[in-house]
Structure formats: C-alpha cells, structure tokens
Design a protein around this ligand. Sequence first.
Ligand code: ZN
Length: 105
Amino acid sequence: MELFGRSLGIGERTTLRQKVASYPDGTPISVAVRAVNGVGDGPVISLLGVQHGDEYCGMEVVNRLLGGLDPESLSGTIIGVPVSNPLAFNAGMRFSPLRPRATRT
Ligand SMILES: [Zn+2]
C-alpha cells in the first residue's frame, strides 16, 4: 500500500513524519504517523490521539497498540497518529493557540 507517497509492504511497519500545515512564517507543522500493514487482507482503520492537546491517553493507546502489533497476525492495516493536534499539545493547551482571526475574543 502507499502511505503519503511512501510504500508500505505487506507485513511491514513504519513511523514517519507528515507535513500537515505551516505556521504563518512558512515553518512546517508535521505529525508522526505510525502504521502496521498486516500480512492478510482486511480493512484499513485509523486512530487519532490528542485531538485536544491536554488529553494524553489517546497518544498512549496509539503508541502501545501499534508498538505491540505483530503484522504476521494482522489482517488489514492500522494507521495511527499519536498526536493529531501538535499545536495544542506542544503548547500544553486544550485547543490550538493559533486560531483564525475571526474566532479570537
Ligand atoms: Zn477530546
């Protein structure tokens, strides 16, 4: 299968960084993406952790699950993003500190 332009073979696992946005000055914003591609055919599911920057349990679930999965006993593919809101997570805040100007109070 292909994951963000990179090949992930049958029975392989990977961790990569994927750019998802940029700061106003052009500095890239990226997230870690983990994936395990099982040896058997099956569905592709995705798991997102830390959509709210102050909720850490989802990150741990994604990391433990994907870190402990054996591709030899998996049918299908699991893709996990441990921290899906890096702006809020890195700021230690529930919501992203960068919001569109119209929503600022
Ligand atoms: Zn939440």
